[in-house]
Ligand binder design. Structure first.
Ligand code: CDP
Ligand code: CDP
Length: 214
């Protein structure tokens, strides 16, 4: 199966671009961040302290986690029989997700699920470590970026409370699978591009690299 990895910091445009690109080329779409968000949401719901790795580890050991694709070919996560959606963008989740995702046991749990999702489908998968750690051999890797000011404005325009500077700092400095430009990744600065402009640019790069869309 073919994997297109898209990584980058918060509000660089990963989700919007990956979703549109996947639709355009007939690939399935995987939002890996939503899986870290779902685990964080469930931990908070259970009253677990996200900054206590032992408590987190013992809670995730009994979590019933299921991942799959919906009818639109977009990934979903079911956690203890619930499928959270809008809840994943709550400020409580935004504030704790980088702490939770730095815990190796959490990463191992989710990375195994992400790897299983590509068994039967071509996918565009977006996150922080897709090209560097989850699929280092992916044939197509992109790293989206934009200036911190523009990324902050994008989040504010969505009406979300999200300390993206802090999250980026935590994500870039953690020991396991930090946010970084993967070897062989093509960096795309989205600061002054529209979403369609970014999709078009990546589409051209993929076509130049020999990918023939369905
Ligand atoms: O959409 P946004 O860029 O704000 O975040 P996200 O992709 O939903 O990811 C939320 C958080 O999950 C990130 O800040 C990381 O802490 C974590 N994450 C990760 O560690 N590895 C991934 N592959 C994806 C997300
Ligand atoms: O997934 P990630 O956090 O990297 O970004 P996103 O959620 O796809 O995009 C954050 C916001 O920025 C969305 O409201 C996008 O519509 C907007 N955006 C934009 O206006 N122009 C771009 N070139 C990229 C994103």
């Amino acid at each position: 199966m073919t994997i297109i990895a898209i990584d980058g910091p918060a509000a660089s445009g990963k989700s919007s671009v990956a979703k549109r690109l996947a639709r355009r080329i007939g690939f399935f779409y995987v939002n890996s961040g939503s899986m870290y968000r779902a685990v964080t949401w469930e931990l908070l719901r259970q009253g677990i302290d996200p900054s206590n790795p032992e408590s987190v580890q013992s809670s995730i050991a009994s979590m019933d986690l299921g991942c799959g694709f919906n009818a639109e070919g977009e990934s979903f996560i079911r956690i203890n029989a619930q499928i959270p959606d809008a809840e994943l963008k709550e400020s409580g989740v935004n504030n704790s997700v980088s702490t939770v995702s730095a815990i190796p046991a959490v990463r191992h749990l989710i990375v195994a699920r992400l790897r299983a999702l590509v068994n039967e489908h071509n996918v565009v998968m977006e996150g922080r470590d897709i090209g560097s750690a989850v699929f280092p051999d992916a044939p197509h890797k992109f790293y989206l970026d934009a200036t911190p000011e523009i990324r902050r404005l994008r989040r504010a325009a969505e009406g979300l409370t999200d300390s993206i500077d802090l999250r980026d700092k935590q994500d870039s400095s953690r020991a396991e699978a930090p946010l970084q430009i993967a070897e062989g990744a093509c960096v795309v600065d989205t600061s002054h591009l529209t979403l369609d402009g970014v999709v078009e640019k990546i589409f051209q790069l993929l076509t130049d690299a020999g990918l023939t869309p369905r």
